[in-house]
Ligand binder design. Sequence first.
Ligand code: 8YV
Length: 330
Amino acid sequence: MPMPHSKRQVVVTRKLPDPVETRMMELFDVRLNLADKPLSHDELAAVMRECEVLVPTVTDRIDGALIQQAGEALRLIASFGTGVDHIDLRAAKAQGITVTNTPGVLTEDTADMTMALILAVPRRIVDGSKLIATGHWTGWSPTGMLGHRIHGKRLGIVGMGRIGQAVARRAKGFGLSIHYHNRKRVHPDIEDELEATYWENLDQMVGRMDILSINCPHTPATYHLMNRRRIGLMQPLAYLVNTSRGEVIDESALIDALKERRIAGAGLDVYEHEPKVSEGLLSLDNVVLLPHMGSATVEGRQDMGDKVIVNIKSFVDGHTPPDRVIDTMF
Ligand code: 8YV
């Protein structure tokens, strides 16, 4: 059957779940990446010269140069993911290219993983598991595998958006008291529900928390928000957890603080130079390191794919896609 003219040429840069790809094939003229080999800068440039819709992921750096070289046909970048720091939004706007993302559908999964790290680092879950796996466990002892209590401690959430609030809800159930810093104070009803304390001044909060969780997006304003000076304000028994973006923390300053035991530990799911994980982190015994898997659930990936499809479909049908990224920076 000849392809209907209404089908738009969509290029997907990575392997997506089968049901998502199948539905895309039904709706659009799609080029899939079944081998899941990330495209090089040149390969991205080549597809962006031809396609009408690009579906990138966090592993594709869609910089200003790529956008400027894009063909006239490229009208939509429908990213598979919530964070959009891998896309030069200013350049896209200048070229009249719409950008969409997939907010909301990975909130609970990411909050779960944040909570897992909040538990795993102070309670030494990975250390315990390694002890068994290596055959070194000799039995229970009164002073064996001691970690630190979660209940009754203070959790400082940096970025009280959807994910920050979902973390707060969970953490409250674990008996943590909730503190937060955000560009804007959240609605009083949410503060009441979470019994949350707002800190307008991040430095003030950082110095008083037992656990800090990074849940803000990476933007020019949050790059190295946890810089060397701020990490230096943390208490020696405090933990730092990051499931957002590595760039929010000065990774080398964090490594120094962990090495010198100026803070107690860190749980990281994201890194400043992904997929590279700093050598300095790998040799530490007070960290739990995960491979950017905060939203890695079968259900989440399906929901993300569904959102991408709705965004493309509404765009090609002439409507404003539901998840258009409005760049508030400009
Ligand atoms: C996604 C994420 O899996 O959505 C995000 O912002 O960080 C991840 O959890 C990834 O971005 C997919 O592109």
